[in-house]
Each structure stands twice: as C-alpha cells, then as structure tokens.
Design a protein around this ligand. Structure first.
Ligand code: FE
Length: 361
C-alpha cells in the first residue's frame, strides 16, 4: 500500500491535472505534468525508467508499482555505461525520470556526469541506511549484494578462509578464479580495500591475488562459480545473488553446481564483507518528477524490498524486511562493511589504475 504521504501526492496530482493548473500547492508540479489538452491523457501517471539492472524478475517489481498507483512504467533498458551515455546524449530533452543501475561505482559515474537531481524524501531518508545513499539525495541504494568467496566443498574447508587479504597466501597458488578488472564489481571491491588498507598495501594485495589466479580472468560471476564446481579453480570471488540464484533455481544443472559450492563471508572479524548496492535517483531533467520520487519511495516499501530478495536474490536494504528466501536467510546476519557507497564510487579511478598496474587483466 502507498503511504499516506504518497497517496496524498497522487490525489494532489490528480486535482492539478484535472484543473490544468500550471503550478499547484504541491510546489513541484510543473506544466508538463498537467493533462494533455489534445489527448486528455495524464502524463503525471507515467514514469520513464532507465534501467541497467539485468534481471528478468524486475518486471514484477514495476508491475506491482503500476497496480498500486496507476502510474505506468515505461522501461528503457541498456547496459550500465551505455545507459549513462544515452542520458548524456539526450541532454535536456531526455525523457528519463528515474535512472536505476547497479554498483556504487556506476552510480558515481552517473553522478559525475550530472545525470541526477537532488531530492528530499523523508520516506527514503528514514528507510534507507545512510551508508547506502548519496549524502545530497542524488541517489539511493535499494538492494545490496555481498562480494563473497565461494569454495568447492570437496577441496576447501571453510576454516581455511578468513579475509580477502589472506587470499594472497601462497597456499592459494593456481586456485583462485575471478572475472576481469574491467568488471565494476571488482573495481568496487578494490576501492573498498584502498579505503581500508591504503593504496600501497592494496596494490601489493592485487599483485598477490593475480599471482594466485587459476587462469586468466574470463566470463561473468556465474562462470567463476561453474569453474569452482568443475574443479578449474577451488575458490572464486563473486556476488552473492549469483550463488543464491543457482541454489534457488528449478534447473537440476544449476542445483548440481550449487550443491558443490559453499558461500563464505570474509572479514567477519574486522570491517565485514564488502557489499555493494543497486540503486538509482531522479534524472536531472525528469519530466515527471513527482512520479519519479513516488517510484523511488515504492522501491523502499516492504513489498518492493521483499521482491528484490524473492526475485533476484539480493539483500533488502530496509531493516526488518521479512526474508522469504531461505538460502539468503542463512546469511543475513553476517557482518558487512559499512563504508559509505559514495566513497566506493570516488575511489573507482584509483582502483582501476591499481588493478592495471598489478597485471589484473
Ligand atoms: Fe550482476
């Protein structure tokens, strides 16, 4: 159900539109949100969502918003950096209302490109922990994912695992799989380590990790998990939802892979496991600003938060969200790094250069 505040906003919008009022008492309803004098349609009742989330289950999330509010979601999908380039090239004429993407590093890039406008929302500020949102209200994280270690249960005892830092130990020589340094998830993990340990120590760490690779980086996170299940490597670093997706899959092949794999959350005795977010904000030239804010507030609602976990095996960011996902529920109390997501983004450049110097292809 919509909160009273949001319901009020919609009632106010409906009145504004009906009266063809240019500026009304909600303060930020613009002429573009008045009803179309030709078609009579109500453009305030739609939101143009630019998303680079690559998960099929998101459609249920958006349909649910439409059912609740009557606001139609026009979905435009593109890969992370393509999405940013598209909004940039559309400039002031961009129809984008909401930009959703994955990884704090990419949210930061979009922020640097000036694609977001700041918003104030008590709903979002109350629901979403500070470390998961940009301090000026430019973007908000709606789900989180941990970058964990997976291990082959036949070859590795979890007691051998401890921290990301310990993966440079020579006992892991030729045993680690991980995707390439062009992958944002890895850049953000390295960014968090620069914050924790400094540039020099992190560069030495990256060199040590590269020295222990089982193979040249190739494929995505699912491919790293398969490599561990198949014995190509003994451990891998991947995002948690890829493992949970295989474990919760109905496909016997996926279940077989998942049955061979254990999940380990590193750094429990210090800063906690590195986590990242998927999130978004209101586009700088959003034609439907009010609908955009309502959409973001919906993403922080209990039902949307539950859908992130049920649909895509991500962790909800709003405390107290009931977790129906049994596989994830087992890990929900693990300690995670509380580093501010924006800092992960700010360190992206340094992280990328460092990985390059360390020979991480
Ligand atoms: Fe992913």
């Amino acid at each position: 159900m919509l909160s009273t505040v949001r319901r009020w906003k919609y009632q106010a919008l409906a009145v504004c539109s009906a009266l063809l009022v240019v500026a009304c008492s909600t303060g930020d309803v613009t002429q573009s949100e008045s009803s179309d004098p030709v078609t009579g349609s109500d453009p305030a009742m739609e939101v143009n969502l630019y998303s680079s989330r690559h998960y099929d289950t998101d459609r249920a999330l958006y349909d649910n918003f439409t059912t609740e509010t009557g606001v139609k979601v026009n979905l435009i999908e593109a890969d992370g950096d393509e999405l940013i380039e598209r909004v940039q090239s559309e400039g002031e004429n961009s129809p984008a209302d909401v930009i959703l993407t994955v990884d704090a590093g990419r949210l930061w890039r979009a922020q640097e490109a000036g694609l977001f406008q700041p918003i104030e929302s008590e709903v979002l500020e109350t629901a979403i922990p500070e470390s998961f949102r940009q301090p000026d209200g430019l973007w908000f994280g709606f789900s989180s994912r941990a970058r964990i270690i997976v291990y082959n249960k036949d070859k590795v005892d979890p007691s051998e695992l401890s921290t990301y830092e310990a993966l440079t130990d020579s006992k892991w020589k030729g045993r680690i799989a991980i995707r390439s340094s062009s992958n944002m998830y890895n850049q953000s993990m390295v960014a968090s380590m620069i914050e924790a340990n400094g540039l020099e120590a992190t560069e030495a760490w990256a060199q040590g990790l590269v020295a222990n690779f089982a193979r040249e980086p190739e494929g995505n996170d699912t491919d790293q998990i398969s490599a561990v299940a198949d014995g190509v490597a003994d451990i891998a670093i991947v995002n948690s939802y890829y493992v949970a997706r295989l474990a919760n899959s109905e496909d016997p092949t996926d279940q077989e892979v998942a049955s061979k794999i254990g999940m380990f959350f590193p750094n429990q005795d210090d800063r906690g496991t590195h986590i990242n977010i998927s999130g978004g904000g209101v586009a700088v030239h959003a034609p439907h600003r009010e609908s955009a804010i309502a959409f973001l507030e919906y993403l922080a609602s209990p039902e949307a938060q539950a859908l992130f976990a049920d649909g895509n095996n991500e962790f909800p960011v709003v405390a107290g969200t009931p977790l129906n996902n049994e596989y994830l529920a087992e890990f929900v109390d693990r300690k995670t790094d509380s580093l501010q997501a924006e800092i992960i983004g700010k360190q992206n450049d340094e992280a990328l250069k460092l990985m390059d110097r360390a020979g991480w292809r």
